[in-house]
Design a protein around this ligand. Structure first.
Ligand SMILES: [Zn+2]
Length: 297
């Protein structure tokens, strides 16, 4: 989960990016993509999304800390894992913990600290190290998103838009993918239709293989080739993807399937040599690698 502006779901801590209004532009792009039926950004961490939806100033109490497993968080983890007042006091008295306490403006006495305050201490350190430096970028992102009143809509419906913004590693589902396809067969009983049914069967078997045992070709690659997006947009595509069949190629023709990402059509050449899902897979893989959605070779 990495981009030029975000790392691990959080804006990069760069005052220069903020100075260049980069997050404002990112906010505009994110919302435009969602409103126009494009792919959802899905790159933010939970607390970052909550901060984006909120109109009030975020404090350490609002933070839900992700699982602490990064090396950077080792010191914080030591404090988080203590189970008694004694353990807490011992950890807080170490040099590294005292440095962190100074950083958060701690006013207590570490040698007398109680477990009831542990959560706030941990959250405050996390906030200081990871949240506070991102706040200008998040505010700029929110400003950028305020197009057609979207910031208000987001503020009032945080749950509805969570999936559009928060990172998830949910893979494309095969049923969702197959439901997008709308094969345009020739009339029933025709010779062409028989060939189309067979070619489409090989295609669907290949899709099944890509889903259950992904090798070089993944379901996401095929969707990307067909539509220009490797995910199904939250509001869906404008229409189903029409599967068209190309007949009448010359003998030994090896032309590739072609896609029109604007018209949402995918044309499968009906070649006699494509007699198995494996051969279909090679053909589609070659087309995807060559990235020739509009051309025919
Ligand atoms: Zn051909």
């Amino acid at each position: 989960m990495c981009s030029a502006l975000f790392v691990n779901g959080v804006p990069i801590k760069s005052v220069m990016l903020v100075a260049n209004n980069a997050f404002f532009k990112a906010g505009r792009l994110m919302v435009s993509s969602i409103l126009q039926g494009g792919p959802s950004p899905c790159i933010l961490t939970d607390w970052c999304y909550s901060a984006l939806c909120s109109k009030s100033i975020m404090t350490p109490k609002d933070i839900v800390i992700p699982i602490l497993n990064s090396e950077e968080l080792t010191e914080l983890k030591k404090i988080d894992e203590v189970k008694s007042d004694n353990e807490l006091q011992t950890v807080l008295m170490t040099d590294s913990a005292l440095d962190l306490l100074e950083l958060i403006g701690y006013q207590g006495v570490p040698s007398k600290e109680k477990m009831k305050n542990k959560d706030l201490i941990v959250k405050s350190i996390y906030y200081k190290l990871y949240v506070e430096p991102s706040i200008p970028a998040i505010e700029q992102l929110r400003e950028g998103m305020d197009i057609y009143g979207f910031a208000d809509v987001l503020h009032n419906n945080p749950t509805s838009f969570r999936e559009c913004f928060v990172f998830n590693d949910k893979n494309l589902d095969i049923d969702d993918f197959l439901n997008l396809l709308d094969p345009q067969y020739s009339p029933t009983g025709s010779n062409r239709r028989e060939k189309e049914l067979l070619i489409y069967k090989h295609f669907c078997d290949m899709v099944d293989e890509c889903y259950n045992d992904p090798q070089e070709l993944k379901l996401e690659n095929i969707l990307m080739f067909m539509t220009g997006s490797d995910k199904i947009p939250e509001i869906g595509f404008d229409s189903k993807i029409e599967i068209e069949f190309l007949h009448g190629c010359r003998e030994n023709c090896r032309c590739f399937p072609i896609a029109s990402t604007c018209a949402l059509t995918f044309t499968l050449p009906v070649h006699d040599y494509i007699q198995s899902p494996e051969i279909m897979s090679q053909v589609v893989l070659e087309a995807v690698i060559q990235g020739i959605p509009f051309g025919r070779v």
